[in-house]
Structure formats: structure tokens, C-alpha cells
Design a protein around this ligand. Structure first.
Ligand code: NAD
Ligand code: DAU
Length: 340
């Protein structure tokens, strides 16, 4: 069985990736467990003999080198600060984790002879798209937020490692993910959990910003396809194929929840807010046969169901209780890569 060294696997997308991949791979999940790292997300695999957790920072080269198995089949690098609004409040942590942390991961992957490096990037590196424009893999990068700038810088270091040192890299750029286990600071989980409690839903500016929503399960199927079949040095886009204005998404959500539109509350716009993302993922379909399978209205309904059925998960997120899971479960006998 092949071994993957996954960074940031306790987050929203990384945990879905692990839940899918653990059926076929041994996985070492290396995660700092910041506020976004939630071990509740991985409860279903915690005791799987193919899974191990190592708590650590991607900026800490010694700790990464100690945790990564020699000759592992791939590094799958999710770890990042991921929330745009936080990057506007303070960008420092974004530069450290997203840029320095990526360079550290590239160095260690090379020295420890990892066979492949899958770097998880974002459609935000392309910046605003005009109404008729679609972001293709070879388009120029024009990031507008500190978050997007840090992810763009990271991509450049990944490509540089391929060119300079011959590292086998592949890059994915995904549009907005949604689905179970997303931290309730991002639009959809925030709107779902607020609406369920009849609390206001903040709409930034005029709500006409367009995002292309892809279900996290579809995204992770694409990541596995790129990992296993992507050509070395290439970038692959992943999207949902149906960009929508935020206000239309929220109207649909309120309809599903049978809640009044009066919950929608206009608030000051995000600084530098990108108006439209639209990712062109035809290359991924053509080369790897992947396409999104979950239509947005169906995926949104099942996501709402999940949040309804998992009110305890949301409560633990909001109260901060989820952050005690690590000490509670692992305590002194810290799980290490040695388990597998
Ligand atoms: P997330 O914020 O839910 O999770 C991030 C994870 O990284 C957490 O488990 C956190 O503890 C860990 N982490 C943060 N800093 C770390 C550090 N210094 N060392 C080790 N671990 C650290 O993020 P997400 O939404 O799951 O996104 C995962 C990746 O996908 C990110 O690289 C993000 O830029 C990218 N991405 C996300 C989306 C989206 O819609 N969520 C879309 C495109 C790309
Ligand atoms: O496009 C991919 C990106 O999608 C990822 O790279 C990021 O990691 C991820 O956070 C996400 O970024 P966005 O800024 O698009 O997602 P967010 O959920 O924060 O916001 C989605 C849209 O909704 C955006 O136009 C801002 C708006 N918004 C957001 C929040 C939190 C609101 O109107 N109200 C809100 O309360």
C-alpha cells in the first residue's frame, strides 16, 4: 500500500480527502491544529490502522523531516491559512504558513525523496474575471487579497522547485468548496447555521459577487485523479461548472430551509472584494476524465441536512470545545507516524 504525507488534513477539505483516500492509502496527517484544524472531522478514521496523526507546523523543517516517511509516495499539501477576511485583518500568519511553510515542505520533500508533491492552490490566484472571462491554467496570475497573494507566491515556489531541482510536482486550483465539516466562518456554513437559529446572515456589499461552488467530495475525487494521473509539472483546475451570485445562493438556501428573506442583512463590503471567479476546468476533464457529479442544488440540500443532523459539531465549533479533542484523545501518548 502506498503512503501519503498529508498536511492540513484536519481542516475542511483535507479531512474529506483523508476520509476518501484512507481506503486505498496509508496516511500520515501532519497538522498544526490551528483554530481551523478540527479532529472531530476525522473521528471516523481515528482508529483506522492506515491513519496516523502528527501534530506539527509546516514552518518547522526539523519537525516535518522527523514526521515524513522516507520515500513516501506523495506529499499532499493542504495546510494553509484559508480565510480571506482574516488575511485582510492581518496577513502575517498567511505569509508564514502559506509561503514559508510551502517552501519548507518542498525542501523536506526533496531531501526525504518524496516521489510526488501535490500542491493545493485556489482559483483566487487568477483574481477577478470579466463577465465573459474564464480562468484557464495558463492565464496570468493577478491575486487581489493578501490570502490570494500568499497562495500565488506559494505556487511560484512549487514551480521553481520543479524547474530547479526536478521535483515531481502537480498543482490544483479549486473554486469555492462547500459540504460537511466546513468551519462556520465561511459563507455557506455561517449562513446555514445562522439561518437555522433565525439569526441574521451578513451579505457583503450588493451580494452580486459570483463564485463557482464545487462539492468537497467532487473536489477530493479530482485531487485523487490529479495525484494519480496528472502530468508532472502541470496545473489542473477544478470547479463546479455553475457560477452563481452570492445573493442567489442565499435565496436558494433560505428556500431549502423555509426561512424568511428578512434574515439577509446587508453589511459593509469586504475590502478589495473580487467580483467574479469562473474557473475553466476543461483540461482536467479532457486529460483525467473528471467532472463534477453533484449538482449545486442537490449538494446544498444534502449539506443543509448534514448541518441539521450535526448540530453538536457546530455547537462544539462555536464554543471552541473542539480544540480540546487533541489533548483529550491523545494526551501524553501522542500519535506518531510510527503507528504505521
Ligand atoms: P481549512 O482552513 O479548513 O484547514 C486548514 C488546515 O491546515 C487546518 O487543519 C489547520 O490546522 C492546518 N494548518 C494551518 N496552518 C498550519 C501550519 N502552519 N502547519 C500545519 N498545519 C496547518 O482549509 P480548507 O478550506 O480545508 O483548505 C485547504 C486548502 O485548500 C488550503 O490550501 C486552501 O488554500 C485551499 N483551497 C480551499 C478552498 C475552499 O473553498 N475552502 C478552495 C480552493 C483552495
Ligand atoms: O475561491 C476559492 C476560495 O474560496 C478559497 O481559496 C478560500 O480558501 C475560501 O475561503 C473561499 O474564499 P471566499 O472568500 O470566496 O469564501 P467565503 O466563504 O469567505 O465567501 C464567499 C463569498 O461570500 C464572498 O464573495 C464573500 C461573501 N460573504 C462571505 C461571508 C463570510 C458574504 O457575503 N458574507 C459573509 O458573511
Amino acid at each position: 500500500m502506498k503512503t501519503l504525507f498529508v498536511t492540513g488534513g484536519a481542516g475542511f477539505i483535507g479531512s474529506e480527502f483523508i476520509r476518501q483516500a484512507v481506503r486505498r492509502y496509508r496516511i500520515v496527517n501532519y497538522d498544526k491544529l490551528t483554530y481551523a484544524g478540527n479532529l472531530d472531522n476525522l473521528a471516523s478514521v481515528a482508529d483506522n490502522p492506515n491513519y496516523a496523526l502528527v501534530k506539527g507546523d509546516v514552518c518547522d523543517a526539523k519537525a516535518v523531516a522527523a514526521a515524513i516517511p522516507e520515500n513516501c509516495d506523495a506529499v499532499v499539501h493542504f495546510a494553509a491559512e484559508s480565510h480571506v477576511d482574516r488575511s485582510i485583518l492581518s496577513a502575517e500568519e498567511f505569509v508564514l504558513t502559506n509561503v514559508l511553510g510551502t517552501q519548507v515542505m518542498l525542501d523536506v520533500a526533496r531531501h526525504r525523496k518524496a516521489k510526488r508533491f501535490l500542491h493545493i492552490s485556489t482559483d483566487e490566484v487568477g483574481g477577478d474575471m470579466r463577465p465573459d472571462e474564464w480562468f484557464s491554467e495558463d492565464a496570468p496570475l493577478k491575486p487581489n487579497s493578501p490570502y490570494a497573494a500568499s497562495k500565488t507566491a506559494a505556487e511560484h515556489f512549487v514551480r521553481a522547485a520543479a524547474r530547479t531541482f526536478g521535483l515531481d510536482i502537480v498543482i490544483t486550483r479549486t473554486s469555492n468548496n462547500y459540504g460537511p465539516y466546513q468551519f462556520p466562518e465561511k459563507l455557506l456554513p455561517l449562513a446555514i447555521s445562522n439561518a437555522m437559529e433565525d439569526r441574521p446572515i451578513p451579505v457583503y456589499g450588493d451580494g452580486m459577487q459570483v463564485r463557482d461552488w464545487v462539492h468537497v467530495a467532487d473536489n477530493c475525487r479530482a485531487l485523487l485523479a490529479v495525484l494519480e494521473g496528472g502530468r508532472s509539472g502541470e496545473t489542473y483546475h477544478i470547479g463546479g461548472g455553475a457560477p452563481m451570485a452570492n445573493i442567489d445562493v442565499l435565496h436558494l438556501l433560505l428556500k431549502i430551509l423555509d426561512k424568511p428573506e428578512t434574515l439577509l442583512t446587508s453589511v459593509t463590503d469586504r475590502l478589495g472584494h473580487d467580483r467574479r471567479y469562473a474557473v475553466d476546468f476543461r483540461k482536467t476533464t479532457k486529460e483525467l476524465g473528471w467532472r463534477p457529479e453533484i449538482p449545486f442544488d442537490k449538494g446544498l440540500r444534502s449539506t443543509v441536512e448534514w448541518y441539521r443532523d450535526n448540530a453538536e459539531w457546530v455547537r462544539r465549533c462555536r464554543s471552541g470545545e473542539y480544540r480540546t479533542y487533541y489533548e483529550h484523545m491523545y494526551g501524553e501518548r501522542e500519535a506518531t507516524a510510527k503507528r504505521i
